[in-house]
Design a protein around this ligand. Structure first.
Ligand code: ADP
Length: 246
């Protein structure tokens, strides 16, 4: 479904810049739950941000369903964003809108759905993340975990083919992490969406992901099914990282 070929991203100019991604090649199957692991600064966020063109790759190609997305015009980027949803570490909700309005706005503005249809979908998705009773609350009145669940409802309401999660629980207090992981786990098991999840939650990645990659210094150093990467790591850096956090 997603084919990443020789992808590189350098921030700043080519001579003095920082190479955040260095010749990354990956294939992600339809419906796969794909975990991206690695220490801070490894390039995980840059990789997922390239997949919806929030970052422009310096070199290489990304194909989604055999269509090249790199080097597209503005209109095509908008179309891409309808197909590829994103959940950010810091939620990125509009603070002045209610939870329900946050879930509705992309549907009406980007998809052109009627207000009634968008509202019905918003309530369905808020219900799915356990927040139907918070529909009229604004983000400052919600906990971080609740805000992130609203952000997930907002992304799912657009019915993307691919949903990207960029460290969705990193900004949360520890006691709020589980509720958000449960929502993501439920989507992974029941939605059929292709999901790419950057995470430091190793137990979660091991249980939920079909495949994981381990990144270091902009390079994929290891990939495979979780059992292989976690229990039979072939790479010293992966083993060291897993050891240090496990
Ligand atoms: P990770 O998500 O694995 O923590 P990132 O993709 O955020 O890693 O960052 C990879 C590297 O690129 C880091 O060294 C980071 O400092 C650098 N980087 C990320 N974003 C930018 C940016 N906008 N400008 C310059 N350097 C950046």
């Amino acid at each position: 479904m997603i084919s990443i070929r020789n992808l590189s991203k350098t921030y700043g100019n080519a001579e003095g810049g920082h190479r955040a991604l260095d010749d990354v090649t990956l294939d992600i199957g339809r419906g796969d739950i794909f975990g991206i692991l690695g220490s801070s600064g490894a390039g995980k966020s840059t990789l997922v941000r390239c997949i919806n063109l929030l970052e422009t790759p310096t070199a290489g190609h990304i194909l989604i369903e055999d269509r090249e997305i790199t080097g597209q015009s503005k209109t095509d980027v908008n179309k891409l964003r309808r197909e590829v949803g994103m959940v950010f570490q810091s939620f990125n909700l509009f603070p002045h809108l209610t939870a329900k309005q946050n879930v509705m706005i992309g549907q009406t503005k980007v998809l052109g759905r009627s207000k009634e249809a968008a509202e019905a979908e918003a309530m369905k998705q808020l219900n799915a993340v356990g927040l139907a009773d918070r529909a009229d609350f604004k983000p400052p009145q919600l906990s971080g975990g609740q805000q992130q669940r609203v952000a997930i409802a907002r992304a799912v309401a657009m019915h993307p083919n691919v949903l990207l999660f960029d460290e969705p629980t990193s900004a949360l207090d520890p006691e709020l992490v589980r509720g958000v992981l449960d929502v993501i786990r439920d989507l992974a098991e029941n939605s059929g969406m292709t999901m790419i999840v950057v995470t430091h939650e190793m137990d979660f990645a091991r249980e939920v992901a079909d495949r994981v990659v381990f990144m270091e210094d902009g390079v994929v150093v290891e990939q495979g099914v979780p059992e292989k990467v976690f229990d039979h790591s072939e790479n010293a850096r992966t083993a060291e990282f897993l050891g240090s956090i496990g």
